[in-house]
Write a protein that binds this ligand. Structure first.
Ligand SMILES: Nc1nc2c(c(CN[C@H]3C=C[C@H](O)[C@@H]3O)cn2[C@@H]2O[C@H](COP(=O)(O)O)[C@@H](O)[C@H]2O)c(=O)[nH]1
Length: 365
């Protein structure tokens, strides 16, 4: 680790533990995700971004987001997302984003893991949301942190039932999900009175501060890697947790942050696919071939890091182009990201031709 990183790491720790740091101890927290994404983009040779398509996409995205009046309010309009602006929704979102990863399957649409809830068959991200809602309907306190450390009440069998499938395939990375629940339950119990509300309050209304707190105190949120010898942070689930709170609570209460625009795109496997369809991002032939053959890419492989870093940077470029078109557009990286995820799912349902998403199996996204 270079001196620079050691300083960053140490200063973040000192600042958060003892309020120490360079000069002004109250220097606003930074996640360094966007700066790391630019570093990856500047040093990527297998993934490229295209400014002409980015400018064209910015026109279309701005137009569609305005036509659909896309805003934080869109979040609660989704059928399965909780609507109440209270602690139960806070706990739901924390549980959801603790487990918001790796839903993709090697099986067919018919055989893949699926959850039937209120008469609809859900897959992917929505299968997780449906499973949590179903568990709550069945009286299982799956969104209560103290439940996660109760190995009797919250046994593997109980969790198998919570995540039971309509098909033979169990939820991907079932053991990894248990490990996340157990660790989060323990850390919340030891450091935050088993309360997600206390954790959020410790973020002091700073989105970057809460993201850094999650990455520092929970290993299961510490989404980072080494690229070209430098530590890079993606912090996808920590960031999407803050973004979901901001959207669900419409920027108030638990969702009130004074630096929400420091949150970047969430480096997952769905939005990169959409960026490719828009012509904003492209892959070198060997990488494109691997993706089209549905072959997996190992976690922390340079190709994976280039896809994730360039995707974050691509959304930043889109955001800048949109603001050039309309400087007062009430749009940030979060809303662009949410919009592109939803658009990708609409196009998938409409069976619009697209490159497959990349396949990396990990708990980070
Ligand atoms: N970048 C980004 N990644 C997102 C989401 C969401 C859902 N967010 C909801 C909240 C507000 C929005 O309006 C969405 O309705 C899930 N994912 C990620 O995608 C993958 C799942 O894909 P599939 O298997 O096809 O469902 C998996 O890595 C999951 O973590 C997002 O918004 N942005």
């Amino acid at each position: 680790m270079s001196d620079d990183e050691v300083d960053h790491e140490l200063l973040d720790l000192l600042r958060q533990k003892f309020g120490l740091g360079p000069g002004d101890a109250s220097a606003p927290p930074e996640t360094r995700v966007l700066e790391n994404a630019q570093f990856i983009y500047d040093n990527s040779i297998d993934v490229a971004l295209d400014m002409r398509h980015t400018k064209l996409a910015a026109v279309e995205i701005l137009k569609q987001m305005q036509e659909r009046e896309y805003s934080t309010k869109t979040w609660a309009e989704h059928p399965l997302h909780p609507k109440a602006k209270d602690e139960s929704t806070l706990n739901f979102i924390f549980t959801m984003d603790l487990l918001n990863f790796s839903f993709w399957s090697e099986k067919s649409e018919e055989e893949r893991f699926a959850v039937c809830y209120r008469g609809t068959r859900w897959t992917g991200y929505w299968s997780l949301v449906a499973a949590l809602q179903r568990a709550l309907d069945e009286g299982i306190p799956i969104t209560t942190p103290s439940f996660w450390t109760d190995e009797e009440g919250c046994s593997e069998d109980v969790l198998k039932n919570v995540f039971r499938s309509e098909t033979e395939e169990e939820i991907p990375m079932f053991q990894g999900r248990i490990d996340c629940l157990r660790e989060a339950g323990q850390v919340l119990d030891m450091e935050f009175d088993s309360s997600v509300g206390v954790l959020v309050e410790d973020g002091k209304k700073s989105a970057a501060g809460l993201v850094n707190l999650l990455a520092e105190r929970f290993t299961c949120f510490r989404d980072e890697a080494i690229f070209d010898g430098k530590k890079v942070r993606f912090l996808k689930r920590a960031q999407i947790f803050v973004a979901d709170l901001w959207a669900a609570f419409d920027g108030e209460g638990y969702g009130e942050f004074d630096d929400i625009d420091k949150i970047t795109m969430f480096a997952d496997y769905r939005v990169p696919q959409m960026l490719h369809s828009l012509g904003c991002m492209s892959y070198c032939p060997p990488l494109e071939g691997r993706i089209r053959r549905l072959q997996t890419i190992e976690p922390a492989h340079s190709w994976e890091l280039q896809i994730r870093g360039c995707s974050i940077w691509a959304i930043e470029l889109l955001r800048r182009e949109i603001l050039k078109l309309q400087s007062d557009a009430n749009i940030n990286a979060i809303l662009i990201d949410f919009f592109l995820y939803d658009l990708a799912k609409e196009r998938e349902r409409a069976k619009v031709e697209a490159i497959p998403h990349h396949r990396t199996r990990s708990i980070w996204y």
